[in-house]
Design a protein around this ligand. Structure first.
Ligand code: PMV
Length: 322
């Protein structure tokens, strides 16, 4: 078994001093259609299940990292909270050469901590930026493995379109990485911004509580694998959308039945789920997915982009379509 430090050294070839004074990277976020939920080994963020995502091209995090006298971080124009700074420095510790300190300045063009997966783009961008600062050219597969140590879902942010993150079997995590699927998605995703406040539970806390207390925890890995197999075999958006929605519904049942019960839905979330079901009953092909937060993401065929944009405009909701 490897420690996090040994794992990083295996991929980067060892700690290196910075080759330049500063570096910058932008990475997009991604939304899981079949969710990552649960860890098989916490230390290396090795997931219990493989997962499938869609990249939100153009929506993510821009991060600049520069050598400095002490570690500091700014998120969206404000000094990072102690909690965020701790996460960032713990990640950078894995790459730090003796005596190095960093100033990290990060900007999201999507709402932070609102279940719109800003930790995925954040740690993917931080990985790219620290590797650039060190002059390390690591293939994307290796970058995906490194970013995973910051936030699991970050492993999937390195490619456009549909991305599959393999859970791997090995204890040393060397077979746990993401890769792009060659298939064209054939759908669009509307991200509805129903609430932009901070979430009551972090995904890490919610994962631990739900998988150790929910009566549905025992059936989650097998059901999730069935969803993944169905999503990978799907050749049309109708099948993929239905599986993605089923997977999200199961995840939120697992959460609701844990102790304490974890419910991310706000009243608007419930209203929108109902609206999606009604639209569908009325013949409009649209499905929802939901992460560990109150916002919903809607999937619909590419050819319906204009119709959906018009439908959403009429509802007075903030959204963007990718
Ligand atoms: O990457 P984390 O630790 O923030 O966990 C992400 C969990 C979900 O967003 C709910 C699911 C996923 O696969 O992205």
């Amino acid at each position: 078994m490897l420690t996090r430090g040994q794992y990083v050294e295996r991929i980067t070839g060892g700690r290196q001093a910075a080759r330049s004074d500063s570096a910058e990277a932008f990475m997009p976020s991604n939304i899981a259609l079949v969710k990552y939920w649960g860890k098989r080994r916490g230390e290396l963020n090795l997931p219990l299940v493989s997962s499938l995502s869609y990249t939100l091209e153009g929506y993510g995090t821009k991060t600049r990292i520069a050598l400095a006298d002490r570690d500091s971080a700014e998120l969206n124009g404000k000094p990072a909270t102690d909690e965020d700074l701790k996460k960032i420095t713990a990640f950078l510790d894995l790459f730090r050469a003796p005596g190095e300190h960093y100033r990290v300045v990060t900007e999201n063009n999507i709402p932070t901590a609102a279940g719109v997966a800003s930790s995925a783009s954040g740690f993917a961008a931080l990985t790219s930026a620290i590797l650039a600062l060190k002059g390390l050219e690591i293939p994307l597969k290796g970058q995906s493995m490194l970013a995973r140590l910051g936030s699991g879902s970050a492993a999937r942010s390195f490619w456009p379109g549909l991305v599959l993150w393999h859970k791997g079997e090995r204890d040393d995590g060397m077979d746990c990485y993401a890769e792009p699927l060659a298939r064209a998605p054939g759908f669009c995703m509307a991200v509805l911004l129903l609430d932009q406040g901070k979430k009551p539970w972090s995904s890490r806390q919610a994962m631990e509580i739900s998988l150790s207390t929910s009566p549905l925890a025992a059936e989650w890995p097998a059901a999730q694998q069935r969803h993944l197999d169905a999503a990978l075999a799907a050749r049309d958006v109708e099948t993929l959308g239905a599986v993605a929605e089923e997977n999200a519904v199961l995840l939120h049942r697992l959460l609701a039945e844990s102790s304490p019960s974890i419910v991310f839905d706000l009243p608007e979330t419930t209203v929108w789920k109902q609206k999606v079901r009604e639209w569908r009953a009325g013949g409009l092909p649209v499905w929802f997915t939901q992460d560990a937060g109150p916002n919903l993401k809607l999937l619909f065929p590419l050819k319906n982009k204009e119709i959906m944009a018009e439908n959403l405009r009429g509802q007075g909701v903030d959204y963007f379509i990718v």
